[in-house]
Design a protein around this ligand. Structure first.
Ligand code: 3H9
Length: 710
């Protein structure tokens, strides 16, 4: 079955794309052949005066080049061939001699957007599913079918770099404001409006640039203005990537080169960079993450298909403090459900309602939400100091103080207030869910939903299941988490679950090094260089030293010696240093902003700071984490290495270009990791002793991802 159908009416070719059997349109080898033939036919047919390119899929225009295809590339030469073919084809939208109008509904990304950019006119639907952009950087490559050339020429270098360098995808309305599309219409009239534009273009009409485009282009023509834009962008890239991701600088070069030397020369640069990047390890890791998150979107969270999963429409929240309010606000915003808060004091309820509304208001201010949507969503938030409304709840999430007795009390009372099918979830980050569930008559309805702070921004949700949790309950919670916009991993009910479990030895080791007199800046700097978004000591300040201490106590009790926390943390807490929230921790804070390390900390810890090589810091911290990750994987805390890596990347910012701890471990080889840990154990103590599972892997030359060889 063909992917393209062309019919010609009144001199306008209607070119419809629909790759059979695929959920999205993507530029495959087959589609490239068909597009080539379509261009030949349109060029040869003198009756055709203009054309409209439209998709027949419900919500996909073209999602870009076929990622499956470019990950198969084995050499730079093969990559050059692929990119050259792609470029030549996309160019034909501009050079075929008949104006093309792109009628865009659904995802218009990467090569798909580059094709639209090569068209003479772009009409997009004002629909949430219509998203446009160049996400290539997220895959470790660059837009290489003219995107680095045509977008800056359309909307100006500064706005284009903002999209290209961050791999941004923007909703249609924003794309229209930026000048990326010419017209925004209701989906019902998309084809009609596109046809009208095609007719006008056929009659010789040429659309002028958007006002935004004109101002931006004036700046781009001024060499000095351009220099300022590019050097600021280079600095920003360096700051954001720490030099660990080669693609953004390559894209910057392709844009700059093209603006200086013309489109053709710019496309040569795109091709050269693409060919190098597409076969690079960084891109391979980032593409694996794309496929892992895509697969997770479809994973029900249980092995056998659950029979009775249901949809959550009414959410109850116990506790309207910082976390509760953020969970409620995010649930309304992304899942559009009715949210009812309960707290003990009405004053606290009001604070929570205000904080939840603030999440909606922030979206409204950033124009990510229309006034209409805001007015629809805002009344869904309500609350009180009683149980009113909880009888209708399908899911209640408890977000009260981290204390087992308090939580048990809440759950046993809660159970008497809700209907029979209601799911009871705790947002605890450390307390075993089974201990909470013991307080209920129906442990099969209890699970954990561990959100990360700030909830509205952090992409991960851990759904924690006990041996008693009903699979249908798990599936419903997973589905709801996804509706809230989260990437969800299902984890076993072991202390720390997955994310805090692997984080604990890493943070402990960082604290221990500072306790030994290693400079705080050195520890943070080393781990930022490794690729973490913030260093571990800054992270401790963010989490709160009292919270971290409490968590490490739980881990120590459960796992013994190897999780022994440092006494330094206690001394810091005794000195009233709780981290950012108290204005001082390891660092000083002024008006909430992090300042320098406070030298008084070294006095409290009774040490003289001394520099230590990055490599030593990195080894101790990273290998402690890798060791724990294998141990937890072996205990079945996560269902697969894929979930473990995604949890580490999205939960603690484990450097994506390393693919996650388990992927990295495979790259290093289990034998090497065991050897390093043995040496660390000799030098620093038994806590580094390799996990049994790791030794087994090393002995039998096994990997975490058994089916993939490097
Ligand atoms: C590029 O264009 C390079 C050019 O500049 C240069 C060329 C020379 N390829 O996510 P979903 C699959 S690079 C292959 O669940 P949604 C996806 O794997 C490309 N497969 O749906 C999944 O497969 P399966 C730049 C793709 O509605 C299925 O489609 N483009 C591609 O939640 C459904 O996907 C991108 O980076 C693709 N390009 O989200 C866009 N796109 O069912 C990447 C999707 O077998 N794609 N699939 O598991 C996305 O961001 C989302 O998939 C999209 C749909 C928003 C499109």
């Amino acid at each position: 079955m063909p992917s393209l159908t062309t019919d010609i009416r009144d001199g306008i070719a209607h070119v419809r794309i629909d790759i059979p059997g695929e959920p999205v349109n993507k530029i495959t080898a087959g589609l490239r052949d068909e597009l080539g033939r379509m261009f030949d036919a349109i060029q040869a047919d003198s009756s055709v005066r203009a054309a409209v390119l439209i998709s027949a899929k419900p919500d996909s225009f073209i999602a870009g080049a076929d990622i499956d295809e470019f990950v198969q590339l084995k050499s730079g030469d093969a990559a050059i061939e692929l990119v050259r073919t792609g470029q030549a084809l996309v160019n034909r939208f501009a050079t075929v001699g008949k104006p093309f109008v792109a009628a865009i509904h659904g995802a218009c990304l990467g090569g798909g957007f580059e094709a639209a950019l090569a068209c003479s006119y772009r009409v997009a639907t004002d629909h949430p599913k219509t998203q446009l952009g160049l996400p290539e950087i997220q895959l470790g490559i660059i837009p290489a079918a003219g995107g680095c050339q045509r977008l800056p020429r359309l909307i100006g270098a500064r706005a284009a770099l903002d999209i290209i360098l961050a791999g941004k995808v923007v909703p249609a309305r924003r794309a229209h404001r930026l000048g990326m599309v010419n017209e925004l219409v209701h989906p019902a009239i998309l084809e009609q409006v596109a046809l009208a534009a095609a007719r006008k273009l056929a009659a010789g009409w040429r659309p002028g640039p958007s006002t935004r485009g004109v101002t931006a282009l004036l700046l781009d023509r001024n060499p000095l203005g351009r220099k300022v834009v590019f050097s600021a962008a280079a600095k920003q890239v360096q700051k954001r990537t720490g030099g660990n991701y080669p693609a953004p600088l390559a894209a910057l070069d392709a844009v700059e080169h093209g603006l200086k030397h013309g489109i053709a020369a710019g496309m040569d640069r795109e091709a050269k960079h693409f060919a190098e990047l597409a076969v690079d390890e960084v891109s391979r890791r980032l593409v694996e993450i794309f496929f892992a998150t895509t697969a997770l979107k479809k994973d029900s969270g249980v092995e056998a298909p659950a029979t009775e999963a249901f949809e959550v429409k009414n959410l109850g929240l116990i506790g309207s403090g910082f976390m509760g309010a953020a969970i409620g606000g995010t649930a309304v915003l992304n899942a559009g459900v009715d949210v009812r808060f309960r707290d003990t004091q009405l004053g606290q309820v009001k604070k929570g309602l205000d904080a939840a509304r603030k999440i909606l208001q922030a979206r409204l201010q950033r124009r990510r939400l229309t006034k209409f949507e805001y007015r629809r969503l805002e009344p869904l938030i309500s609350g009180g100091a009683d149980w009113a409304g909880f009888g209708r709840a399908d899911l209640v999430i408890e977000a009260v103080f981290e204390d087992l007795d308090v939580k048990r009390q809440v759950f046993s009372e809660l159970e008497t207030q809700v209907g029979d099918g209601c799911i009871l979830a705790s947002n605890t980050s450390t307390i075993p869910i089974a201990h909470i569930a013991e307080a209920t008559q129906h442990p099969e309805r209890v699970l954990g939903m561990h959100f990360f702070s700030p909830v509205e921004k952090m992409p991960l949700l851990e759904v924690i299941v006990t041996d008693a949790t009903d699979p249908g309950v798990t599936v419903a919670a997973v589905n709801f988490g996804r509706k809230m916009g989260k990437t969800v991993i299902v984890v076993r009910d072991r202390p720390g679950f997955w994310v805090n479990r692997i984080l604990a030895p890493y943070l402990n080791e960082a604290g221990r090094m500072v306790n030994e007199g290693v400079s705080i800046e050195d520890v943070d700097r080393a781990m930022k260089r490794f690729g973490f978004p913030v260093g571990p000591i800054t992270l401790l300040d963010e989490v709160g030293l009292d919270v971290a201490h409490k968590g490490s106590g739980v881990m120590h009790r459960e796992f013994g010696e190897r999780m022994t926390p440092t006494d330094g943390l206690v001394r810091m807490i005794d000195a009233g240093r709780l981290g950012r929230k108290s204005g001082r921790g390891f660092y000083r804070y002024e008006k909430g902003k992090k300042k320098t390390v406070d030298p008084a900390v070294y006095e409290i810890l009774n040490v003289q700071p001394r520099p230590v090589p990055n490599a030593d810091i990195e080894k101790r911290l990273v290998f402690a984490l890798l060791n724990e990750a294998v141990r937890a994987l072996d205990e079945g805390v996560v269902r697969s290495p894929r979930d473990g890596d995604i949890g580490a990347i999205f939960g603690i910012g484990y450097p994506p270009f390393r693919g996650g701890p388990l992927r990295q471990l495979d790259g290093l080889g289990a034998a090497h990791v065991v050897d390093t840990l043995d040496r660390l154990a000799k030098a620093y103590g038994d806590r580094f002793a390799p996990a049994e599972a790791l030794r087994r892997m090393a002995e039998s030359n096994l990997r975490c991802y058994p089916n993939q060889q490097e």
